[in-house]
Design a protein around this ligand. Structure first.
Ligand SMILES: [Zn+2]
Length: 247
């Protein structure tokens, strides 16, 4: 039987491997959310594109080539955008970490006081805060400062390539849905089947992003499906108009 004091002794206190660690859990949620948003982008932009072309022509190869070009362009644009934004963020994080490392070398006393002050700010007594700061400094000064001051784990900065690949894949995955649907549906039902599939998929991604953000799902689904429907109707109308003018 474990008593309260027993639980505080040595080995009994440790990271709970079976529980999601706060930051890592948040990190995974961020990735999931980015994946759902990327897929959503792929669905909406490709659906809009193929519907626009389908409004102008019945020619299956033309619709497919346009959709495929849109998929590749969209995926590359998402990947490049993600690479640039994560690289920039990583550069600034790296600069902050370098500064912290320098300060620890040059003025360790001030840094210790600074760390202790952070824990005083979080509610510890001065004496305990200093003790905590001293023990953390003895264990891993750099890691402790990175976490307490900057909220960063130096070993887990986001990798720009990883982020770029993830968003490219998510976009491609989403884009394939309207592309394959419009490619394989019989010509007479092409538009209806694609709209139906896209509405279902957008309801799913809207619901998933609401769940991941802990927001109300109903409104998110309506907004997401509404946005996608609007995109399809608008491009189909433009396609039909231009298609009859030049066709
Ligand atoms: Zn510091």
């Amino acid at each position: 039987m474990t008593t309260d004091t027993g639980a505080l002794d040595g080995a009994a206190v440790g990271p709970h491997d079976d529980e999601p660690h706060g930051e890592r859990f948040a990190n995974r949620l961020n990735w999931l959310r980015a994946g759902v948003l990327g897929a959503n982008d792929g669905i909406v932009s490709t659906a809009g594109l193929v519907m626009g072309v389908a409004g102008a022509t019945d020619d299956r190869p033309t619709i497919l080539i346009a959709g495929l070009a849109g998929l590749v362009a969209g995926a590359l644009s998402m990947g490049a955008g993600e690479y640039v934004s994560v690289s920039t963020q990583r550069d600034s994080e790296q600069a902050l970490l370098d500064k912290e490392r320098r300060e620890l070398l040059e003025e360790p006393e001030e840094e210790l006081a600074e760390l202790a002050a952070i824990y005083v700010g979080k509610g510890l007594s001065k004496r305990l805060a200093l003790e905590v700061a001293q023990e953390l400094t003895a264990h891993d000064a750099f890691g402790a400062h990175a976490e307490a001051e900057l909220g960063l784990d130096p070993d887990e900065l986001t990798n720009p390539w990883q982020a770029a690949w993830a968003s490219m894949l998510a976009f491609t995955f989403g884009a394939l849905l309207p592309l394959l649907t419009i490619a394989f549906a019989p010509q007479s039902a092409r538009v209806g089947v694609t709209v139906g599939a896209v509405v279902l998929a957008l309801a799913l991604t809207g619901w998933a992003s609401a769940r991941l953000g802990f927001g109300p799902a109903g409104r998110a689904v309506l907004r997401n499906v509404g946005g996608g429907l609007f995109a399809m109707v608008a491009t189909y109308a433009v396609g039909s108009l231009i298609g009859t003018r030049i066709g």
